[in-house]
Design a protein around this ligand. Structure first.
Ligand SMILES: [Zn+2]
Length: 266
């Protein structure tokens, strides 16, 4: 995989699954051609350690924080001001992951919608894009993003698991599509069809590690360097070279998150 230029637009290397070997994982990212990654914090206790991790890898690791839609009974529901201050640090390049989760919580879930709206408002105030978690609720989430004009600040439908029709709806609303390892699974025919139909300049590659390791690493702990396998599959679906898909998805991530060029200038 030499000569690759990759970017993991969504990972959780801050999670406990990486406590034993986090620095080795980051070293493998660099060896594999990753020029950076966005690390996501999903609840209050994750914020401080995330800040510390980012400050140890300036210009290489970037962050985003939101209260995840999976968490219903929380001690404290963050206000718009609190979401803004959590993400105000220049190392934080997006607000997320936020959205709707109708897999773990059956709709209607007004608390999820209200929380989602507060995160959208915060992203607009900060002028930063949104990272959207929408599980069994893709179309509903895009409806909200559209009515809130979130395309202006930018959003990505992360871990895209829906159809070409829903992808088109998100693209029409000004969004990007985040493709990860679940697209490489044999049964993921609909996601593959959708991926083939998404213009290359609208795709972000991601791992969502430690979950959803792509084929041929499926079932193992996922890590950012494995984004190369997902990018290779994106390339095959678009009938372009893997290096080309890598370069394009890396450039897309830098544009979307408004990142400066890589520090090493590789
Ligand atoms: Zn995630």
């Amino acid at each position: 995989m030499t000569g690759m230029r990759l970017f993991d637009s969504h990972c959780h290397i801050n999670s406990k699954e990486f406590d034993e070997d986090r620095e080795e994982v980051i070293a493998r990212m660099k060896e594999s051609g990753l020029t950076g990654a966005v690390v996501i914090g999903c609840e209050d206790p994750e914020l401080k350690p995330l800040r510390a991790l980012l400050s140890q890898h300036p210009g290489y690791l970037w962050g985003a924080w939101a209260l995840h839609p999976e968490y219903q009974d929380v001690d404290h529901e963050p206000t718009v001001e609190e979401i803004c201050s959590a993400n105000a640090d220049p190392n934080f390049v997006a607000v997320g992951e936020t959205g709707l989760d109708y897999y773990w919580h059956k709709p209607p879930c007004p608390w999820q919608v209200e929380r989602f709206l507060r995160h959208i408002e915060a992203a607009k105030r900060l002028g930063k894009p949104l990272i959207i978690h929408a599980r069994d609720a893709e179309s509903e989430a895009v409806d909200i993003l559209k009515s809130e004009n979130a395309g202006e600040t930018g959003f990505v439908l992360h871990c895209f698991s829906s159809t070409a029709e829903v992808a088109k709806k998100a693209l029409d609303a000004g969004g990007m599509i985040g493709i990860n390892g679940n697209m490489t699974f044999k049964r993921s025919v609909a996601i593959q069809d959708a991926c083939a139909a998404i213009p290359m300049d609208r795709i972000l590659a991601e791992t969502d590690c430690p979950y959803l390791a792509p084929v041929p690493k499926r079932g193992r702990r996922n890590e950012p360097s494995f984004v190369a396998y997902t990018v290779a599959k994106i390339a095959a679906l678009h009938q372009i070279a893997a290096e080309e898909a890598a370069r394009m998805t890396e450039a897309n991530a830098r544009r979307f998150f408004r990142l400066p060029p890589p520090v090493s200038g590789e």
